[in-house]
Design a protein around this ligand. Structure first.
Ligand code: ADE
Length: 233
């Protein structure tokens, strides 16, 4: 998968993309990322990316031209299917990001993410450039950068080969619609707290049953609304 990210702060991405699973995914060429500074697509002396809102009001609005030009420059490098390229604006007004949306985005071979900033983005970007708008939750961040990192992280770990074992993504909280069951590692007894005996039994069928029951119980306690969305056997 190739991901193009349009931002005014490309340096914000250095550290999350330079570590751990993501770095391995890049090193093994399962994913590649191009960071595009929106300011590089301005043409005036001051490299202006924002302006006052028509009609008044506090705060500056990101101008449409540099964003349209940055996306056009990306599309110009694509030989086939540029018209179908998903162009996603990160904004608190978007559809809510969740595991299902992550799975949907993981199905694309290429994504463009636009990080909004300041008080907003010119409406024409939404209407005539973005093909999708995503919010990572009902709160307002200072910009779309952290949201883009969240989306990229959740999507990349679903790509085949990125996680060590294919099973680890399948067992994640939310993949099945349930929260994950409790996990333990050695030692079997720590400060008097023991690992449930069933996990030490070696009986895989009993362990699977216990984990499923625990996942349901945990979901019922913490996120009962999730149970309404799934068919339990
Ligand atoms: N930009 C600012 N807040 C955001 C949010 N909650 N989700 C996505 N992008 C944002």
């Amino acid at each position: 998968m190739h991901i193009d990210i349009l931002t005014l702060f490309p340096q914000m991405f250095d550290s999350p993309f330079g570590a751990s699973i993501f770095k391995r995914a890049i090193d093994s060429k399962l994913v590649s990322v191009s960071l595009h500074n929106i300011r590089d697509h301005t043409h005036d002396k001051h490299r202006t990316v924002d302006d006052y809102a028509y009609g008044g009001g506090a705060g500056m609005i990101l101008k449409p031209e540099p964003i349209f030009e940055a996306v056009a420059a990306i599309k110009a490098t694509i030989k086939e299917g540029a018209e179908k390229l998903p162009v996603i604006l990160l904004t608190p007004q978007g559809r809510r990001f969740c595991q299902e949306v992550a799975g949907e985005l993981a199905g694309y071979s290429r994504l463009v993410l636009i990080c909004g900033r300041y008080e907003g983005v010119d409406e024409r970007v939404r209407q005539h450039l973005a093909t999708d708008e995503i919010s990572i939750g009902d709160y307002v961040l200072s910009g779309g950068e952290l949201a883009a990192m969240v989306v990229v992280d959740a999507v990349v770990r679903l790509l085949p080969g990125v996680l060590g074992s294919a099973a680890s993504a399948a067992d994640d909280s939310h993949t099945s619609g349930l929260l994950e069951y409790p996990q333990y590692t050695r030692p079997p007894l720590y400060k008097g707290w023991s690992v449930p005996a069933v996990l030490l039994s070696g009986d895989h069928a009993r362990i699977a049953k216990w984990r499923h029951e625990q996942a349901i119980q945990r979901t019922r306690q913490r996120r009962p609304e999730l149970l309404e969305k799934i068919d339990l056997p």
